[in-house]
Ligand binder design. Structure first.
Ligand code: RIB
Ligand code: CA
Length: 317
């Protein structure tokens, strides 16, 4: 069983906002190979206050009132404007429960340092909290069992001029660069792989009429999110009938890494170019003068096995 801290920009429950962090949280709760001990929140898909309230609400819905939620960074390390354009704040959201005291970066560092070598840090939002935690505690990079992150895009591009890098890295490139430079064992699950694992309208309909506390609620949210994405991406045929399960795939990377194919790589995050800021460049170490690896990147996924893992586990919560 892997001891786990999850850092998330969860927005499930806010109409028009990404749903996949909520699926990742539910999956981490459902998977008995994971022991989710702490959840921390970060700006990204939504403002951090809303992410915190929505995370508490979802954990309560899942019957896990015992898992603390600690609020984290409200903005990227530099250039706060980078996150402009994320969905609006949930104005009238009433927090299902107040957050636990403290700040995410401090609690991440404290938690990992309390059990060196044991705790995995799973980051599925912008990496601001993780970078601050690494700066606060110089031994963190060696004490953490591994950092698994959903972020970057390694074997293709985003093909979007307005967001040339994958969202989580693009929003806070300096933080991402600090994580890759930290020396911690990092596994990165990028957009090129996560776009392959998709929840369809049929999946959502099945969840809606299924058992449990999560399925009916999440099924409704999924159908609304697919409708929203279809409008926003009229040129993407995939977006018409399905949505990507980016963050749940990073959960699988912790408990079932064999569902993905991994390669050592040296990842560089572009921070010093206006046009390419937030892009990731992965050297796959194929040349004679290859640099040293600084992470493992996912380069493939067994889609049918992952989808069974996801839907089976989600039907249990
Ligand atoms: O690029 C995918 C990532 O950004 C995921 O973490 C998802 O939640 C999104 O907004
Ligand atoms: Ca996310």
């Amino acid at each position: 069983v892997s001891r786990l801290v999850l850092d998330t920009d969860l927005a499930l429950g806010s109409p028009g906002s990404e749903i996949d962090d909520g699926f990742a949280l539910a999956l981490a709760v459902a998977d008995r190979d994971l022991d989710l001990e702490l959840v921390t929140t970060v700006h990204g898909n939504i403002d951090v206050a809303s992410a915190t309230a929505l995370t508490g609400e979802l954990l309560d819905r899942l019957g896990r009132t015992d898992i603390p939620v600690v609020r984290g960074a409200a903005a990227p390390l530099l250039r706060p404007g980078a996150a402009d354009g994320v969905p609006p704040r949930v104005a009238d959201l009433v927090a299902a429960r107040p957050p636990a005291p403290g700040y995410a970066a401090v609690e991440i560092a404290r938690h990992v340092m309390s059990a060196p070598g044991e705790v995995t840090l799973l980051a599925v939002g912008p990496l601001t909290n993780v970078a601050v935690a690494l700066a606060l505690e110089p031994d963190l990079a060696h004490a953490v069992r591994q950092i698994v992150l959903m972020g970057g895009v390694y074997t293709r591009g985003t093909n979007q001029h307005g967001m040339p890098g994958e969202f989580n890295v693009w929003v806070d490139p300096e933080a991402a660069a600090a994580v890759f430079a930290s020396g911690a064992p990092v596994r990165a699950v990028g957009l090129d792989v996560t776009l392959q694992v998709r929840l369809t309208r049929q999946h959502a309909e099945a969840m809606r009429s299924g058992p449990g506390r999560f399925g009916p609620y999440a099924g409704d949210c999924t159908l609304a999110w697919i409708d929203h994405m279809r409008e926003r991406h009229p040129g993407d045929p995939d977006a018409a009938d399905s949505c990507a399960m980016h963050d749940p795939l990073a959960v699988a990377a912790v408990s079932h890494p064999e569902l993905l194919t991994w390669r050592p790589a040296r990842v560089h995050v572009v921070t010093d170019s206006q046009a390419a800021r937030g892009m990731t460049v992965a050297d796959l170490l194929t040349t004679a003068d290859a640099p040293e690896a600084n992470c493992q990147i996912a380069v493939g996924v067994d889609v049918p096995r992952f989808m069974s893992y996801l839907t089976d586990h989600l039907s249990r919560v």
